[in-house]
Design a protein around this ligand. Structure first.
Ligand SMILES: *Cc1c(COP(=O)(O)O)cnc(C)c1O
Ligand code: SF4
Length: 462
């Protein structure tokens, strides 16, 4: 396949035919991607090195229709999906590269890979331990109940994606280490937990990407939510990147219509169904099939809200975000969150200082109309909650970050401004110091207490 298949818009006409059959390439198939032949051997080898450590998976639609091979390696969609040399620390890279060059045996290589992975903070924000809910004295694996009104559910069949993002904070669960995997196959437990927790208004089905599941599987989780006894769960959100990575899911897949009918049934039962669509670049919205997928999801009665991290090499430019939000509003998508890249995996390659992240957010927001300004951020999903950088200010002669919780482990923390000493290079909450000579941020003592309680039982009672 040549670059001629990359769909260029000429008016409304789009050149190119989309694959209908899902075909995926992983680390073992790097040699079979013809487009990579244009890269020099050194770079191809570097991809193999990085792909030993971090997950790699891409499908033919992404390769043929999203990546602009004329612009590789800088192309943002290439950066989004393919392993890049700078993703590992030099010494880690050198170690894995040497083993590959020497043709090391599998066990030796795997041992080194495990050690490198362990150094990449595989579990940011205490994901695995701190937020697992309890029911009848039993921990419910595959669920998280961190914020009072929202329960996260990770169905076991939805713990992969149609393609992997090179920066994914869930990378640890994709690399095959089963102990890192958070998943549940128990639909009945989910529904029982929700029935007991009337404070829960939102269910967020997430992954991986739950829309890799067949409609029949999804139905087991979703259909009972239309039942009147679960009416307090008003909103059903589905986190997905299928609108980007495999829009065929909503258009030409054999069960595309069945999926849409399922959404429609929930919407007709009075539930707010929201696709929480992960987007990083306006180019993801350009193909005709991506637009058709968006149209069909909206026609089924779901709202599409968009969220995604700010990333060096992909979208650290206000013009990219402004165009993304403008395109989204035009297509009926509601911009929701701009995230700060998490403190895990290949963060060294993607991270953007908080001060710069705020500038990018502000400059981008200035360029869109009010309907695009529904987006909040830049927001850090950290242990205590979602913390937004509201801005940089000078107070009493001290330069500070103005911060606020968008979500907090305690609902009391939300919307209360607090201040950190300005630090040009800080990229995450744990690098910030309280301003005005205070010893701790206002929430820290209570957060320690909440963590202690969470060790022994659910945070939200029952
Ligand atoms: C972001 C998030 C939610 C949802 O928060 P909203 O502000 O309602 O979008 C729920 N649980 C966890 C763990 C989250 O990170
Ligand atoms: S779609 Fe989401 S879960 Fe899947 S690889 Fe990308 S960021 Fe990770």
């Amino acid at each position: 396949m040549t670059t001629a298949s990359w769909p260029r818009r000429a008016g409304n006409a789009v050149v190119g035919r989309y694959p209908e059959r899902f075909e995926v390439y992983t680390e073992r198939h790097l040699d079979r991607i013809p487009q990579l032949e244009r890269l020099d051997p050194e770079r191809r080898f570097a991809m193999r090195v990085v792909a030993q450590v971090l997950p790699f998976r891409v499908n033919r639609y992404v390769v043929e229709h999203l990546i602009d091979w004329e612009r590789v390696p800088e192309d943002p969609l290439f950066q989004l999906t393919f392993p890049q040399p700078g993703m590992l620390a030099e010494e880690d890279f050198a170690r894995i590269a040497a083993l590959l060059r020497a043709g090391a045996d599998r066990e030796t290589l795997q041992q080194a890979v495990r050690e490198v992975r362990a150094g990449l903070n595989p579990h940011p924000a205490g994901q695995q331990h701190h937020n697992v809910p309890w029911l009848d004295g039993r921990r419910l694996e595959g669920m998280q109940h961190k914020y009072r009104e929202t329960v996260l559910f990770f169905p076991s069949q939805g713990q992969t994606c149609h393609s992997y993002c090179s920066f994914c904070f869930r990378w640890a669960q994709f690399v095959g280490d089963k102990s890192l995997r958070m998943a549940s196959r128990e639909a009945a437990t989910l529904h029982r937990y929700l029935a007991r927790h009337r404070e829960v208004t939102d269910l967020l089905i997430t992954g991986g990407d739950p829309l890799v599941m067949k409609a029949g599987n999804l139905r087991e989780y979703l259909e009972p939510l239309a039942d009147p006894h679960l009416e307090h769960v008003q909103t059903i959100r589905i986190g997905t990147k299928a609108l980007t990575f495999w829009p065929q899911r909503f258009v030409t897949d054999p069960d595309a219509d069945e999926l849409l009918r399922l959404i429609e049934r929930l919407a007709r039962a009075g539930r707010h169904v929201a696709l929480m669509a992960h987007y990083n670049h306006w180019r993801e919205l350009e193909t005709a099939i991506a637009r058709e997928a968006i149209r069909r999801v909206r026609d089924a009665g779901a709202v599409i809200r968009s969220q995604g991290p700010l990333l060096a090499h992909i979208n650290d430019d206000p013009a990219v975000w402004a165009r993304l939000w403008r395109s989204q509003v035009k297509l009926g998508i509601v911009p929701y969150y701009m995230f700060v890249e998490r403190d895990t995996g290949a963060r060294r390659y993607f991270e953007v200082p908080l001060a710069r992240a705020w500038e990018i957010y502000r400059e981008a927001v200035q360029r869109v109309s009010g309907l695009g300004r529904t987006v909040r951020g830049p927001s850090m999903s950290a242990g205590p909650g979602k913390v937004e950088v509201q801005g940089v200010a000078e107070i009493g002669g001290e330069r500070v970050f103005v911060l606020r919780f968008l979500q907090g482990r305690s609902p009391e923390w939300v919307q209360r401004p607090f201040f950190a000493r300005y630090d040009e290079r800080a990229t995450w909450l744990d690098q910030l110091e309280p301003a005005f000579g205070e010893r701790e941020f206002f929430f820290e003592a209570e957060y320690r207490e909440i963590c202690r309680r969470a060790e022994t039982g659910g945070v939200w009672g029952a």
